[in-house]
Design a protein. Structure first.
Length: 253
């Protein structure tokens, strides 16, 4: 930029315009922190921390939306596999096996790039749908196992008292299953928080992608990687602590 060679190359291909001139002027006025600038670690952190925090918000929002979708779809799948007719149980079981048996990265590629000729989803929407429906398969197995773990005599007693299957699910089976499913659900959310880094392949700039941009700019992964790991820990550790508190509060001696 400084010696004009970039502008010369752009003009040779008729790609130089006012926007390029403005961008070059702003970049030269506020150059990025690089190894060549001999900036201190503190200055590097101060320069890039706001971008990392904004990317962390994207990661957290993406994970929360995906987990909500996974829980809703997972409950529906688990309910269909327990209470549904034979053909529905077979179809839902096949869905679970296919989703769990293929990489989530491949599913994201197919959803965002493979279906682009049919429907062009925004990257963030594709990321939420891809992660949500992938984790829904795992969540459904957690809920199905928790529901089936409730002792059969309790269900028979509830039917003897005249409760409908919906009332049994709402008053007897569901609350107990929730206690059993809480810890695995929390583990899945922490795993989803980390797997959200995969959506960078479909152009979503989340925490890991922003860290990679920083590391490329300064030519080192040591400081960016350490700060990225610290942010991930700050987001995941409170969730694990909350889950342990809920388990202790809801535990039955």
């Amino acid at each position: 930029m400084r010696d004009g060679s970039l502008e010369k190359s752009f003009r040779a291909w008729d790609s130089w315009d006012a926007a390029e001139s403005t961008y070059v002027a702003q970049t030269l006025a506020h150059p990025p922190v690089t190894v060549a600038s001999n900036a201190s670690n503190a200055r590097a952190v101060a320069a890039y921390l706001p971008s990392l925090l904004r990317a962390a918000v994207v990661t957290l929002a993406l994970s929360l939306l995906s987990m909500v979708l996974a829980v809703v779809v997972g409950v529906l799948i688990a309910g269909g596999r327990i209470y549904g007719p034979a053909f529905l149980r077979t179809a839902l079981g096949a869905y679970v096996e296919v989703v769990r048996g293929t990489p989530v990265l491949l599913q994201l590629f197919v959803l965002y790039y493979g279906l682009s000729n049919v429907v062009r989803l925004p990257a963030l929407v594709a990321a939420v749908i891809g992660l949500g429906f992938n984790y829904a398969a795992y969540e459904s197995e957690i809920y199905r196992g928790a529901l089936q773990a409730i002792a059969l005599p309790q269900l028979e007693a509830a039917r003897t008292l005249g409760l409908s299957e919906l009332q049994i699910l709402r008053l007897v089976r569901g609350p107990q299953a929730l206690r059993l499913a809480l810890a695995p659900m929390t583990n899945d959310f922490v795993a989803l928080l980390k797997d959200s880094s995969l959506v960078s392949v479909i152009t979503v700039v989340e925490l890991t992608k922003q860290t990679a941009i920083w590391a490329t700019n300064i030519g080192s992964w040591v400081l960016p990687g350490a700060l990225c790991a610290a942010i991930y820990l700050m987001m995941s550790l409170p969730l694990a602590h909350l889950a342990r508190r809920l388990e202790r509060r809801w535990s039955v001696s």
